[in-house]
Every structure is written in structure tokens, then in C-alpha cells.
Design a protein around this ligand. Structure first.
Ligand code: ZN
Length: 183
């Protein structure tokens, strides 16, 4: 089921999300809905607060990049209760966007390598190292669970320059190809 995506300015995106346990009601359906919603909006990642749930869950699908990056063919990653336990490597700056902030793309600097402890969709625990684009997307989604968006990480001057655009999103006065939910 495709759900509306919570837009920038809605307070839920500022909440620190709570962990869930394996008994969380209808977890399989929730994850399926999150993948449907992300695919419909043509995103590579979606965190639970973006569909209005303040819980520590996100999904990632990098298959749409597989034409240029064959290693991402069929790539799907579900993280439940993730914890980034180490950030290392170079600082890398790249343009980012977010389904909750349509039409805004800005440079964000992040570490190139992370170690994450998380549970998968079957509630099996993993501790794994991620690098490059995977590490970037995971850090972006992880920020959502901490109540942050990438706007918190951009240059303050840039933030000032896009203030008008952000205010339009807050007021829902934007054209968007998928359904969004403002405050
Ligand atoms: Zn986002």
C-alpha cells in the first residue's frame, strides 16, 4: 500500500524514534508498505518517521542505480533498531535529496565508512561495515531516526538561501509527483 510521505516541517521528523521488538504488530506489512511507498516516489531510502511512525526502521533499495553500478542489482536492505557504532574513512561531500523535502538537493559531507549493528526483516542481528554510497544512504536514513534531516547538515549560508523553498514545503505549496503530508 502506498502511503503519503511526511513533509519537512512536520514535527514527527524532529522526533528521536523508539526501538521496536520482534512482536511489533504487522511488521511484514509495514515493511512491504514502506517499500511500495519508496518505489512509488522513486526514492532510494525511506525511514519510518517519513510515513508518520516514530520507530527505528528504514528501508533502502539501490536497484535503480544498477545500470551504472551492477553491484546494486536487486539490492534491498532493511534495518531495524540500527546503531552506527563506528564512523571512519574520508569526509566525502555529495549532493543529497530527501523524499520529505521535494525539489531540494544540497551538498552534504559524511564519513565514507561506517560499522552498523542492526536487525534485518527477520529480526536476525548483524554487525556489518558499509562504504561509499551505501554508507551515505544509511547515514541519511539513520539521521531520520535521530530526528534530523540533511538540511541540518548543510552549510548555514545555503540553508538561508533555500529558506523560501523550505517554507513553501512547510506550507504544502509545492508540486510533487507523490502524495505528501504537511504538518
Ligand atoms: Zn530523507
Amino acid at each position: 500500500m502506498i502511503l503519503p510521505i511526511v513533509a519537512y516541517g512536520n514535527g514527527i521528523l524532529r522526533k528521536k524514534c523508539e526501538e521496536i521488538d520482534a512482536d511489533y504488530p504487522e511488521l511484514k506489512k509495514l515493511l512491504a508498505d514502506m517499500y511500495d511507498t519508496m518505489h512509488h516516489a522513486e526514492g532510494v531510502g525511506l525511514a519510518a518517521p517519513q510515513i508518520g511512525l516514530p520507530i527505528r526502521v528504514f528501508v533502502i533499495d539501490l536497484d535503480c542505480l544498477s545500470e551504472d553500478e551492477p553491484q546494486f542489482k536487486g539490492y534491498q536492505l532493511t534495518m531495524i533498531n540500527p546503531e552506527i557504532i563506528e564512523r571512519s574513512g574520508d569526509d566525502v561531500t555529495m549532493n543529497e535529496g530527501c523524499l520529505s523535502i521535494p525539489g531540494v538537493n544540497e551538498s552534504v559531507t559524511r564519513k565514507d565508512k561506517i560499522v552498523v549493528n542492526y536487525f534485518d526483516e527477520n529480526f536476525v542481528e548483524h554487525e556489518k561495515t558499509f562504504e561509499g554510497f551505501e554508507a551515505r544512504v544509511i547515514q541519511h536514513e539513520y539521521d531520520h531516526l535521530e530526528g534530523h534531516t540533511f538540511i541540518d547538515r548543510i552549510n548555514p549560508i545555503r540553508r538561508q538561501m533555500i529558506r523560501g523553498k523550505l517554507n513553501s514545503i512547510i506550507k504544502g505549496k509545492i508540486a510533487c509527483r507523490y502524495k505528501i503530508k504537511t504538518a
